[in-house]
Ligand binder design. Structure first.
Ligand code: AMP
Ligand code: GLY
Length: 423
């Protein structure tokens, strides 16, 4: 079977690496890919937004499975067009991808399906939003409804900040994403990510992870797409995972099916582990980046077989996913300036990394030389029986990589290591 993978980040490099290992995979194509993905796949120059061109490529190259990595093409309906053309695809329809594409949509679904989440209000009128603010207390969370590349969430500590956030959103500060805002009650607790795969009917758990969103050591500084991650997140005990499945994931999948928009793909639940139990912060309709990298390092099964079963609606008959007991940990090496404007063009030499995998996130080749071409550049990913071991292995490779204008956090995994040391 030939497979087409859509995307170009570290998440897609990890998916490519795992898909290429499958005995079912003949030729793996990736569009647009990156130099790391090129080690696993044949790169294709395809305009992803041109859905007809993607369908034509699939027809011309006997593609038996399309795997869509990022949320953009999903919200844009690429999976719908492929499915209509009879091409098996892993990834939700545009209607189902609204779980990520519209925060208000997800909150309303939580209300209908009685899924635990923060209290909220949706507003498409600025004055009504401002008038509604006081009842939420402080801090309060203000969100642009639509996709905002991870930047559409403001945690306001004062009434002034909340007001400013609402005014900014309604005056176009977040583009079309801010035409509607969601005001939310502030929840406290530890955050964790949980992943589930579903074909719309059957559901399997697909592991947990925690990431580090702030740019600086000690969780300070601006938010990023994620500076590192590890899996599993031991704070999500088997008992808590069972609650997440029963109270959050299963009702969501059932509600999507009942609405006539069954969800096919990975559901990535961002959770707050509150004193009252796990509550949903938000859904993503794709794997996390860099969470996917650590999941793929631990996944011991045949990824192509599993994703194909889901694409065909046959998850119930598939082998349940198996993960190694090892801990996987990834350190993001970013380009100076990130998450603001990253410096591009710096030369990078990786060298021999042994069993540690270096996934490419934002790299390019210039005259045969690897260079930085994005904010997050490399994901140095190690596995070991302990967090301490995985962390040491990852940082040893980070320190050996020649990327003078790159930087990383030095404390990835600190929470989990502290837990491990406490036994
Ligand atoms: P998101 O971009 O939706 O993942 O939100 C970014 C971050 O904002 C989350 O990872 C949480 O740390 C925080 N956040 C979002 N909603 C809430 C909430 N209702 N209460 C507390 N923190 C929140
Ligand atoms: N690492 C966070 C995300 O993928 O949304």
């Amino acid at each position: 079977m030939n497979i087409l993978l859509i995307g170009s980040g570290g998440r897609e490099h990890a998916l490519a690496w795992k898909l290429a290992q499958s005995p079912l995979c003949d030729t793996l194509y990736a569009a647009p890919g990156n130099p790391g993905i090129a080690e696993e796949a044949e790169l294709v120059d395809l305009a992803i937004a041109d859905h007809a061109a993607v369908v034509a490529f699939c027809a011309g190259h006997d593609i038996g499975l399309v795997v869509i990595g990022p949320e953009g093409p999903l919200v844009d309906g690429l999976a719908d067009v492929l499915r209509s053309a009879g091409i098996p695809v892993f990834g939700p329809s545009a209607a189902a991808a609204q779980l990520e594409g519209s925060k208000g949509f997800t909150k309303d679904l939580c209300t209908r399906a009685r899924i635990p989440t923060a209290a909220y209000a949706r507003h498409d009128d600025k004055d009504a939003a401002l008038a509604d603010l006081p009842r939420f207390g402080l801090p309060v969370v203000i969100k642009a409804d639509g996709l905002a590349a991870g930047k559409g969430v403001i945690i306001a500590e004062t009434g002034e900040e909340a007001k400013a956030a609402i005014e900014d959103m309604f005056s176009g500060g977040f583009g079309a994403a801010g035409a509607e805002v969601v005001i939310e009650e502030f929840m406290t607790g530890e955050e964790a990510s949980f992943f589930a795969l579903t074909d719309g009917t059957s559901i399997v758990a697909f592991g947990s992870a925690q990431d580090h969103k702030r740019v600086g050591d000690g969780d300070v500084g601006p938010n990023t797409g994620g500076m590192g991650a590890y899996s599993p997140a031991r704070v999500l005990t088997p008992a808590l995972e069972a609650r997440v499945m029963a109270e959050i994931i299963e009702p969501t999948v059932a509600a999507m099916a009942a609405a006539g928009t069954p969800y096919n793909g990975v559901l990535y639940a961002g959770l707050m582990l509150t004193a009252d139990g796990p509550r949903l912060i938000e859904y993503n309709c794709r794997f996390g980046d860099p969470e996917c990298q650590v999941l793929m390092m631990r996944f011991a099964g045949d990824l192509a077989e599993l994703l194909l079963a889901i694409a065909r609606g046959q998850l119930a008959a598939a082998e349940p996913p198996v993960f190694t007991d090892d801990v996987a940990l990834t350190v993001v090496m970013a380009a100076r300036g990130y998450p603001g404007t990253p410096e591009k063009g710096a030369r990078i030499t990786i060298g021999d990394t042994g069993a540690v995998k270096v996934f490419h996130a934002g790299t390019a080749l210039r005259d045969g030389q690897l260079i930085a071409s994005g904010g997050r550049v490399l994901n140095v990913t190690a596995t070991a029986p302990s967090v301490t071991g995985a962390r040491a292995a990852a940082y040893a490779v980070v320190d050996a990589i020649d990327f003078p204008t790159g930087f990383c956090r030095r404390d990835i995994g600190w929470r989990e290591e502290a837990r491990e040391q406490q036994g």
